[in-house]
Design a binder for this molecule. Structure first.
Ligand SMILES: NC(=O)c1ccc[n+]([C@@H]2O[C@H](COP(=O)([O-])OP(=O)(O)OC[C@H]3O[C@@H](n4cnc5c(N)ncnc54)[C@H](OP(=O)(O)O)[C@@H]3O)[C@@H](O)[C@H]2O)c1
Length: 270
């Protein structure tokens, strides 16, 4: 796929995987719209990439965890006359801890950002891509999409949604000029664990630019999903060889907060 003279919207472009997407796309000659809450980081990245790669870079400062923010962002782009060919639905976060101890407001924000904003942006921008018969959508899911994730139950469920939604759209758009891929990274070296918890990190963390390169290879090959890294692919395939209960129990043991392993009673066998 040739990205020269396309325009790409990257949500969550101020750090981590989103920033790596912005760098890769600018290197491939795409004009950019960078969206996130951190205005300073976005402005600095826009200046750097615009200067170094000779592409046009717009910034939209937006909190996508607010209701209807995805639809609002799409309307803002339309009012600025910015047509989007490539959508990187990347902004997201995860909360770690037992559900009953988690603030309901934060859970609502997590669902709003990881699910609603991603869906709204896809719904707003896909029709233009289909009409032009040209475009690409990468929705950032996670290896957390493939099994339940105790102590990150909402996060895992939001990513399962992203995976299911994206695979369905991949099938709907097959044979058209629009490519749709779900990117399912395992642990990646980003600020993600500052929000979630260091304890939420399983295995060696992959650099964000390697994760992003895998997404571009998947787009080029027309793949519905990509899981970067052999270890992550093996982890994601566990649910195929064990019962759902076994998978959930194993996941609970892996994710259980350290403070619980000593003092808490062992969970009952289901
Ligand atoms: N790192 C991992 O191990 C890993 C593994 C699998 C999947 N993922 C997924 O990868 C995606 C990117 O995460 P990351 O690892 O790159 O983490 P990160 O470094 O924390 O980046 C998250 C990005 O999302 C933006 N964001 C967060 N809340 C937002 C909000 N309310 N409105 C708009 N933007 C918001 C952040 O920008 P501002 O703070 O400036 O708003 C930031 O640019 C997420 O969907 C995450 O679930 C990460």
């Amino acid at each position: 796929m040739d990205f020269k003279r396309t325009r790409a919207l990257v949500t969550g472009a101020s750090s981590g995987i989103g920033e790596a997407f912005a760098r890769e796309l600018a290197g491939r000659g795409a004009d950019l719209v960078l969206a996130a809450r951190s205005a300073d980081k976005l402005q600095a990245l826009a200046k750097e990439l615009g200067g170094r790669c000779g592409v046009s870079v717009e910034v939209v400062v937006v909190d996508l965890s607010e209701p209807r923010a995805g639809t609002g962002l799409a309307a803002e782009l339309s009012s600025r006359g910015l047509e989007i060919d490539v959508l990187i639905n990347n902004a997201g976060f995860g909360l770690f801890g037992p559900l009953h101890e988690t603030e309901p407001e934060r859970i609502a924000e997590e669902v709003q950002l990881n699910v609603a904003a991603l869906t709204e942006l896809t719904c707003a921008l896909l029709p233009g891509m289909r009409a032009r018969d040209r475009g690409a959508i990468v929705n950032v899911a996670s290896t957390a999409a493939f099994q339940p994730v105790p102590y990150m139950s909402v996060y895992g469920a939001t990513k399962a949604y992203v995976l299911s939604f994206t695979e369905a759209l991949w099938a709907e758009t097959r044979g058209t000029g629009v490519r749709v891929t779900a990117l399912c990274p395992g642990a990646t070296e980003t600020a993600f664990f500052e929000v979630a918890s260091e304890h939420a990190s399983i295995g060696r963390r992959m650099p964000a630019d390697r994760v992003v390169k895998a997404a571009f290879r998947a787009l080029e090959r027309g793949r519905s999903t990509v899981i970067p890294g052999l270890g992550n692919r093996m982890l994601a395939s566990t649910p195929r060889v064990a019962t759902r209960q076994t998978v959930a129990r194993l996941a609970e043991r892996t994710m259980r907060p350290k403070s619980r392993s000593a003092g808490s009673p062992r969970p009952q066998r289901a």
